[in-house]
Design a binder for this molecule. Structure first.
Ligand code: ADP
Ligand code: MG
Length: 457
């Protein structure tokens, strides 16, 4: 009834491999990352199976223990009965009484016969009575022996059954112990990283994207690590913006747009099916999704309202009315976006009155105010002067502590400066994804090498 038992040594080997991949997670190649992800999944699945086993074993052991107890009670009862029968004088008395009766009848018959008295009828009855009593006596003796034999046999049988039960329970308990040991091995390796489930902001599988007949992205498979900066590079028209916009579903607005494949937010929520892959009843709203995944565009686009209102716009829409909370959010978001010092004295000024770089940081503050997990940035500095751009870059490095940031950039220097990982797209395909340092020093693919050396693009 249980799944084929997993070998302890195999499990230990897997957890060791998993641990070592994790400890070196900063430097994993894409294939190692996939292996890491696969191991994590396998270990998780194994853990689920083990818990199920443990649960049903525990239930089974309790049931076995209960029947064993019943049997022991029955056996005790039968032992008592056999003692009772052996010690009981009532049956003995009965038999003795009847034996005495027969004997006295016998004497009376002998007497009467000897006296030859004419009590023929009486004599006849007496003889019959004697015979009946003999019969009853014989029957009672037989019954007595049978009862004792049966009880003895029952007890012997039960003893066999009880030992069998005891062995059965021992075996089950052994199995249970084995499962508990195995689960401890898995928990041991998971213990080190409580956020194991959330190592990836996005797990993307076989993503194909179309604008009508035209395919813009081809079979993209990529895992986006959490709280890292990921650069998307590649020549114009290769699908960078399409990829980014597919991640928070703003491409839905385009009527000819369609996407196939799976995009899992936090490795769990299918953003196109809008539900958890772990629990189909666990749903996510598209508005919630967009709150979790903020987006910054190439052209800063503050709303035509005050700086303060730009920032509080999202929280207000999400139902926050308390002025103190809103003011606190405005201040903390502007501070996080490294804009507070420049605007705190004039929060009522129009957002659009700020410089380009400030406007972009205002847009970042506005996005941060919604408490997102992920920030998507589509060439956020390409409309800015170098000083304003470098302020945004500094900000990105500061923000990655709290957010996963995916940034599309045309600037190779920018990708090298700000990102931990770099994905190179070419003609709608993901050519290479690796640590930024690896991509820029020793890429695997020739096309990546050509692109970063400026041979095309
Ligand atoms: P990138 O951001 O790398 O420059 P895009 O994602 O903008 O590339 O474009 C990828 C491909 O998809 C291009 O061939 C482009 O013409 C096409 N494309 C982008 N947006 C649309 C759209 N709204 N309708 C049709 N085709 C589009
Ligand atoms: Mg683009």
């Amino acid at each position: 009834m249980f799944k084929k038992e997993i070998q302890k040594d195999i499990l230990e080997q897997k957890t060791l491999e998993f641990s070592s991949l994790r400890s070196n997670k900063e430097n994993l190649s894409q294939s190692e990352l996939l292996r890491y992800e696969q191991l994590k999944k396998e270990l998780n699945r194994e853990r689920v199976t083990l818990s199920k086993d443990i649960f049903s074993l525990d239930k089974k052991i309790n049931a076995e223990k209960a029947t064993l107890l019943l049997k022991i009670n029955k056996k005790n009862k039968q032992e008592k009965t056999i003692e009772e029968i052996k010690n009981s004088d009532s049956l003995e008395l009965d038999i003795n009484e009847k034996t005495n009766n027969i004997n006295s009848l016998k004497e009376i018959v002998i007497e009467k016969k000897a006296a030859k008295e004419e009590y023929s009828v009486e004599l006849f009855e007496l003889v019959n009575l004697k015979a009946d009593l003999k019969k009853i006596l014989k029957h009672q003796k037989k019954l007595f022996t049978l009862t004792i034999e049966k009880v003895v046999k029952d007890i012997e049988d039960n003893n066999v059954k009880i030992t069998k039960k005891e062995i059965n329970i021992e075996a089950l308990e052994e199995k249970l112990k084995n499962r508990l040991d195995l689960i401890k091995i898995i928990d041991g390796v998971f213990e080190k990283d409580k956020n194991i489930e959330n190592d990836f902001s996005f797990v993307i599988k076989n993503l194909n994207v179309f604008y009508g007949e035209k395919q813009a992205l081809f079979d993209i498979n990529i895992n986006i690590p959490k709280n890292k900066v990921i650069s998307i590079i590649g020549p114009s028209g290769c699908g960078k913006s399409t990829f980014l916009r597919t991640l928070n579903r703003i491409n839905d607005e385009i009527s000819v747009f369609s996407a196939e494949g799976e995009i899992l937010l936090d490795g769990e929520y299918d953003i196109y099916k809008l539900r958890s892959i772990k629990n189909k009843n666990d749903k996510i709203e598209i508005t919630e999704l967009r709150t979790k995944i903020g987006m910054i565009f190439q052209q800063p686009n503050p709303f035509p309202m005050s700086i303060a209102k730009n920032v509080s716009y999202g929280p207000k829409i999400n139902g926050i009315k308390n002025k103190a909370i809103l003011n606190e959010l405005i201040e903390s978001s502007l501070k996080d976006a490294a804009l507070w010092d420049e605007v705190s004295s004039n929060l009522n000024a129009l957002g659009t009155s700020l410089s380009g770089g400030q406007q972009q940081r205002l847009c970042i503050a506005r996005t941060i105010a919604n408490k997102p997990e992920i920030l998507l940035m589509d060439e956020p500095t390409s409309a800015l002067d170098p000083i304003a751009a470098s302020k945004i870059e500094d900000l990105i490095l500061k923000l990655k502590k709290d957010y996963t940031i995916i940034i599309v950039t045309h600037s190779m220097q920018q990708a090298a400066r700000v990102s931990d990982y770099t994905a190179f797209f070419y003609e709608g395909e993901l050519i290479e994804f690796d640590k930024t340092q690896k991509i820029f020093s020793n890429p695997k693919e020739k096309r990546t090498d050509d692109y970063i050396r400026g041979k095309f693009g």
